[in-house]
Design a protein around this ligand. Structure first.
Ligand SMILES: [Zn+2]
Length: 781
């Protein structure tokens, strides 16, 4: 091996070792069997509970008869273990939805008024499309297995309250009801919440309460193999998902939110069944939850100081954490040190300004071209239908070739910049440019999102420290080769050690958007190879370039030859039957993640090949086909009293507009469990007041594209609901009303045409009856 290539080969070998270590470190542990000691969490015992609760495979959304059965089975188990349980029910509105969840709240012994308590929570409802064995049946089974262990222990310092919430999937309804109306909620200071996104994968502790310095201290001492970092939460906040923990957190509770993520293709589909629930994931989640719950319940105080930390798990070996407030000063210190080192390098003629400028051109050029190339590859893959459009669920059955292509492009970009500018920038020209650029980004990241800044900060520090031997020896003699190797190797290996665990789960979290994003992040890593590429022989540089180009090309070609979906990782296709009571016509709607209509469906009905919005104001595109007419009763939306003019609040839009107060009654004539009401944009209906036995409940409506507003009533009572709105305008209000049942008309055969590599998801296949109701505003006086 030529001495000048040693650094480059060591770096590439080091990255490979770190990748293997990352893949090994984050595998869930082996599940513990039926013979595990009674005081320990056993996934075998939890899975037996899961089988009992949801083994029949029946979906059990809020308000459903199947939901009542699951609730009964949970209550029976809690009672048998000596818990006293109560059912908390009530009408609640949250996140644009209103419904009546029924929570299970259980305690081992009465909680006295001056106790501070810790909550252990999971939701027992599922989406209408699937049985929710992992989301969140596994969470419920884990809570019950932990409850058994707690019942056999001496009572902790702070009592544990068990909450099995309802209506999470419909909009965190049960958690909102608990937090706002349950007498114990005010005494709960911290919560441990259990969730799942998919049916397998490692259990992450991905979100904490606001006092996370204190919380991470508890976590580090309780958990032997940490799986967490402060960057996950930054990513999670960008996702449209929420969990019950959002509600607990906004009520000021501390605590931990756990979820496993893996096989995301099964999330919220019929494939989220007991057979697919991974026992290793349940074991890891159960162990983690039991340990942090025990730590919280025995903590000297549950009123910790509010301070934030930056933290990560160092390949699950140990938790490394520091106060978030140190991040900006540390990043500034690193950049100052690097500037001093750069000055010294220029003074001693190791490099010059011109070389550094070429180094910067190469570094920026490789970042831009790498990301552009990967984005172009993704755009082509979407255009030819190999990858579903972004925005929906954009996962594919076999992503590995695209992972390889995205990663190889990062190496290709570095190889190209290295080959092009090796002589002009040289080792130290690249080194100074890359280290300073990384340090600048590190300062920006530290200021914008400290939790996400640790990979860049650690890399900047590694750059500064790695060059010290070379600079030290440079004073007296020509420094040996290993000192230049070290100056580039140290930051390279530190960067990849920090980011590979993040890259490992980025695709599961984000879908295909993860590829250009990974290329960007990996380009920051391969930029640290630029000095080593410049120092290497031309033959070595060409070898790296050729290998990276071949791998990227092979990845893209293999990806293009594989089917997008499989029976194991199916496309999400929902089939809907709509009866339009205004026109008396019926339609089939097919909602396909790929935005392409499968041939089997196209052959089964005369679908319009161009998708249209699902209803006026909706952004979900659907394929329409005429359907046989079934005489279904239309939902009822009627006035319960004459509309009246109301005084204009000062803040109302358009102070000259007239405002009418409507009292309304809504009911599904065919007993559908869900109804949706859409108000036109001009009416400016932003909230409504719902009549409940205990008083009125206010609800914020969700906004649709084009500023129309929507309210979703789930678990709609057979007797209907009464509510009131204030609407702007003098012309009649065209209000869209539709009720939906989670079934497809039995006599119609369209569902049989759904291909075997597709499943329904979320609300599943539904029957909808749609009508428009015109509301006449009160006349001017
Ligand atoms: Zn869930």
């Amino acid at each position: 091996m030529a001495a000048e290539n040693r650094g480059l080969w060591l770096a590439l070998a080091g990255i490979a070792v770190l990748l293997a270590a990352t893949l090994a470190a984050y595998r869930p542990p082996a599940p513990r069997g039926p013979d595990a000691p009674n005081g320990e969490f056993s996934a075998h015992r939890a899975t037996a509970i899961l089988e009992d609760l949801v083994g029949n495979g029946v979906p059990h959304p809020v308000g459903s008869p199947a939901g009542a059965q699951v609730r009964e089975a949970i209550l029976k188990r809690l009672t048998a273990m000596g818990y006293s349980s109560e059912l908390q029910s009530g009408l609640v509105c949250a996140g644009g939805a209103c419904g009546s969840p029924i929570n299970i709240v259980a305690t081992l012994s009465p909680v006295s008024r001056d106790d501070e308590a810790v909550l252990l929570a999971a939701h027992y409802d599922s989406v209408p499309a699937g049985p929710g064995a992992s989301d969140d049946g596994a969470g419920v089974a884990t809570v019950l297995e932990i409850a058994r262990i707690l019942a056999a222990r001496p009572p902790p310092r702070h009592p544990v309250v068990v909450l099995l919430s309802d209506g999470e999937e419909a909009g965190l309804l049960g958690a909102s009801l608990f937090v706002h109306e349950h007498r114990l909620a005010k005494q709960v200071r911290a919560a441990v919440n259990l969730e799942a996104r998919g049916t397998s994968g490692p259990s992450f502790m991905f979100e904490t309460g606001a006092a996370n310095t204190w919380l991470m201290g508890l976590y580090a001492s309780a958990i032997a193999r940490p799986v967490t970092n402060s960057l996950y939460y930054v990513v999670y906040k960008q996702l449209p998902n929420d969990t019950d923990f959002t509600v607990f957190k906004s009520a000021g509770m501390q605590g931990f939110n756990f979820a496993f993520i893996g096989n995301v293709g099964r999330y919220h589909t019929p494939l989220d069944n007991v057979a697919n629930a991974d026992a290793g994931s349940i074991q890891q989640q159960g162990d983690g939850a039991l340990k942090v719950l025990t730590a919280l319940a025995n903590a000297p105080t549950l009123r910790p100081p509010l301070a934030e930390s930056v933290f990560f798990d160092a390949l699950t070996l140990r938790l490394i954490a520091w106060p978030a407030a140190y991040t900006v000063p540390a990043a500034l210190l690193a950049i100052l040190l690097l500037l001093a080192e750069a000055r010294m390098l220029v003074r001693r003629n190791a490099t010059n300004t011109r070389a550094v400028v070429w180094g910067a051109v190469g570094t920026l050029g490789m970042l831009v071209s790498g990301v552009a190339l990967c984005a172009a590859l993704l755009a082509v893959a979407v255009a030819v239908g190999k990858v579903p459009p972004l925005g929906g669920s954009s996962w594919i059955a076999q992503p590995l070739p695209m992972h390889i292509a995205a990663a190889s492009i990062a190496l290709l970009a570095a190889g190209a910049a290295g080959a092009w500018l090796a002589r002009r920038a040289g080792f130290w020209g690249f080194w100074v440019a890359t280290s300073l650029l990384g340090a600048l980004l590190s300062v920006a990241a530290a200021a914008a999102a400290p939790g996400a800044s640790f990979p860049l900060l650690l890399t900047s520090i590694a750059f500064a420290l790695g060059a010290l031997p070379h600079l030290g020896l440079m004073r007296s003699r020509v420094p040996p080769r290993w000192t230049t190797d070290l100056a580039a190797l140290l930051p390279c290996l530190v960067f990849f050690a920090a980011v590979l665990p993040l890259m490992r789960f980025l695709y599961a979290a984000l879908g295909s958007l993860a590829w250009p994003l990974s290329t960007l992040v990996l380009c920051l890593g391969t930029a640290t190879l630029l000095p080593l590429l410049a120092a290497a022989t031309m033959r070595a540089r060409r070898g790296v370039l050729a290998a990276a180009a071949s791998l990227a090309l092979a990845g893209a070609l293999v990806a293009s030859s594989l089917p997008t979906y499989s029976a194991d990782w199916p496309e999400r296709i929902n089939l809907e039957y709509w009866f339009d009571a205004d026109t008396g016509r019926s339609h089939y709607l097919a909602l396909c993640d790929s935005r392409r209509l499968p041939a089997a469906l196209a052959a089964a009905a005369h679908f319009d090949p161009v998708p249209h919005p699902r209803f006026a104001g909706s952004s979900a595109p659907a394929f329409y086909a005429d359907a046989p007419n079934l005489a279904l009763a239309a939902p009822q939306l009627s006035l319960t009293s004459a509309p009246v003019r109301v005084a204009q609040p000062a803040s109302a839009p358009g102070s000259t507009a007239s405002l009418t107060h409507f009292e309304l009654y809504l009911r599904s004539a065919r007993g559908a469990p869900e109804a949706i009401v859409v108000f036109p944009a001009g009416a400016h209906v932003t909230d409504l007041e719902l009549s409940a036995p205990a008083g009125t409940v206010r609800a914020k409506l969700s906004k649709l594209a084009g500023r129309a507003t929507l309210i979703d009533f789930v678990s709609l009572p057979a007797a209907g609901v009464q509510f009131s709105i204030d609407a702007v305008g003098r012309s009649p209000l065209a209000v869209q009303v539709f009720d939906q049942s989670y079934d497809f008309p039995a006599g119609l055969s369209l569902r049989r045409a759904r291909p075997p590599n597709a499943v329904s998801s979320q609300d599943g296949d539904i029957t909808v009856v749609h009508r428009t109701v015109s509301l006449e505003p009160a006349a001017d006086r």
